[in-house]
Design a protein around this ligand. Sequence first.
Ligand SMILES: *Cc1c(COP(=O)(O)O)cnc(C)c1O
Length: 465
Amino acid sequence: MKYISTRGKAETLDFEGVTMAGLARDGGLYVPESLPTLSADDIRALSGLSYADVAFRIIRPFVAGSLTDAELKAMLDKTYGAAFRHPATAPLVQLGANDWVLELFHGPTLAFKDFALQLLGRFFDHFTAKRGQKLTILGATSGDTGSAAIEGCRGRDNVSIFMLHPKGRVSEVQRRQMTTVIEANVVNIAIDGTFDDCQALVKACFNDHAFRDRVGLTAVNSINWARVMAQIVYYFTAAVALGAPERPVSFSVPTGNFGDIFAGYIAKSMGLNIEKLVIATNSNDILARTLKTGRYERGDVFATLSPSMDIQISSNFERFLFDLAGRSGAGVEAYMDALAAEGGFTLEAGHYAALKAMFAAERVDDTATSDTMKAVFAATGYVADPHTAVGIRAAADCLPATGAPRVTLATAHPAKFGDAVKAATGVDPVLPAHMADLFAREERYITLANDKDALMARVLEGGWS
Ligand SMILES: *Cc1c(COP(=O)(O)O)cnc(C)c1O
């Protein structure tokens, strides 16, 4: 499988190359040159397989030439067998006659990002060993990504991970999920500053090419194609469980960076019978506004009850734009230049029509999020986290009650956002058994000033000895 950049000017790479590179050298994102497709019979044959076996059939063509079948199979069995604490890995729970949630929070850090980052850690391990290279992962987190990345990379031989968080500005559960991982290759750094300061520091390190090459810097955010790829799988397992290919399904996806829902679009493009994909956003509604007006325009970032979606620029939208623009790098570049220069761009009429044909979108504010948590609990006894509640509400608003089954992706465990859940439902959600002692565990992190030189010096020192 070959991968090309959405800006059309970077070198074509294989799967190993795009996994190690993250971002393309021309500033674009890597996408497959062409997509594999599954026939109705191929999809029917997924019925009854384990999650890991479905993953093998879906992922195999994307890694062709970079991993053997035996290597891939071993990685998938380890990832989706042991690391997820539910026999179905991604179970469906029925909430109403035509409504389901797809629980994606049974991994080690209780958020859907584990599906991709558990696997990405194994890819890094494999490719660094093969190349005799070391990698340094540097990231900034306001919550879920940091802990999922740390869990995916902990204890891996050739990988060190440095994760920045804004001091005193992440929840205690989220901080402890990162700082209680005591491993030589995991360094947590609290920065005296905001999340934006943390991101700016990371960017500064990446822009220093000498430093970047010296430590083998790489990123784990959802610009990495391997993350999107891993997320395609659960659209297939859910749809097949609900009757695909005979019966269509619709999905509602709590969305921030457009990574998870883009994986749904890829599943549909590969032949899965998805009727509608709903972009569910909180008050950070750039995508919902784009659907309504045809103009993609940056806005202010608001803090909400669903903080993992408090994002105003959805990086993976560029991958969809590339398809809208007829897979033209020049077309994407024109849009992105306007975004940089004017803070927004207006979609061409044909592109706007194609966007609306593929997606619906709904903005769900904090009041509606709390009301939904409360109403779902009253009607069914189900306790949804705030991100999931945004999705459930958007599904109800955008999709007909008697059409295709409505599946909302449940992206986080309610105990990760216990305060908001308790305020809405009166229920104090408990952490699963493997994390019950989280508040008693030892923490290890250092604090640094908002200073690039201090950060670089610490990264050069390497992991803990
Ligand atoms: C990251 C995250 C999202 C948003 O996913 P994107 O791929 O960025 O759209 C939604 N919910 C939770 C709980 C998350 O951690």
